[in-house]
Design a protein around this ligand. Sequence first.
Ligand code: HEC
Ligand code: HEC
Length: 344
Amino acid sequence: MKKILFSALIISIFSCKSTTEEPIPNEYLNLPANPFDYSSTNLPSNLLAELKIRDNTPSDNQISNHTATLGRVLFYDKNLSINNTISCASCHKQTLSFSDTTQFSQGFEGKLTSKHTMRLINIRFFEQKTMFWDNRAASLEHQATQPISNSIEMGLSLKSAIAKISKLPYYPTLFKNAFGNETIDSIRITKALAQFVRSIVTTNSKYDLVKAGKDKYTASEARGDSLFFNIPVQNGIFCNNCHTAPAFFPVNNVISRNSKLNAQFKTVESELGNFKFGTLRNTGNMLRFLHDGSYRTLDDLFSGDVLFHSIPAKQDRQDLINFIKTLDDPSLATEVKFSNPFKK
Ligand code: HEC
Ligand code: HEC
């Protein structure tokens, strides 16, 4: 009996030791003693139901609080650029749903990107093979480290990035807490960045509250809702066919169920170009619209002649815009767990 107790004690000491987290060096970073919660989503019920069908989280990269914390630090670390001037967050700004103020963004040498910086919102819901404006990357895991080695954005080969961050005092502990030991490699960097970005979801929008019967639209928002779902913008196609509720990005299989729509949709694609139909959630505070950032406000966009986006009547535009704004989750702009963790 004693022997059994003794070995139980040893086992518990060992297992306790192996899960003990190391304190994060706080000279450089403002991180809480216990990591923030990134793994539970806290989504409203309509989005939670949608997530059950569409979650693109790979089975080998489920979100853990420690790994997403590492991803947060990497996301804000300018050491990931060749001359220590640019981090992911230099272009993807938290206050703007992780997009940028300008039409194009400056990389490490001041050169400009060829497209507008995308918002990083609700990426968990996107179908595979739809990353970037031209859908060229298959998943967040395929995409996450590409900006580091991009010749305009951060200019650092992945190999040099690993060598560089291995010398920084805060990473060994962060990698150990995330992955069990201090090894730093590109797979781990990718996983951590992808986890952080994937954890950014909208949880607190008026639209969801209204649908759950916990809030009420204004008259203008209610009219905008009905325009969005019921007024054909062209040839029997509605806004909702392409930006489909509740995630507000296209669900291809829904469109292809209707062969007439599908045929028209193909024409649209060839005319609009093969650009990603971003989610309309959290577009309300953006300063630039479309892949080329060519429109400054929603009213400009809907007053223009972009195929399917031309709304001639002023009142209709205003009501649609007020409706689109109900899709915003303003709390994302200030949530500490998504903010810059560096002290300077
Ligand atoms: C110099 C500005 C800049 C930097 C730095 C930058 N990005 Fe981007 N990001 C962009 C632009 C521009 C796009 C759109 C590119 C395109 O489609 O060709 C983009 C697209 C993305 C997308 C695709 C989103 C979607 O919906 O398909 C993700 C994810 C992303 N960036 C994450 C990151 C991460 C992680 C980092 C840091 C490792 C980073 N970015 C660094 C400008 C930047
Ligand atoms: C046939 C498909 C289709 C229809 C219908 C459609 N959209 Fe779009 N929408 C797109 C595509 C594709 C883009 C991205 C185009 C680009 O970046 O050049 C887009 C972009 C947008 C954007 C800008 C998003 C951003 O990140 O810059 C808004 C806002 C928008 N649409 C709202 C609407 C509204 C409101 C309606 C109905 C009046 C509508 N859309 C109808 C396909 C569609």
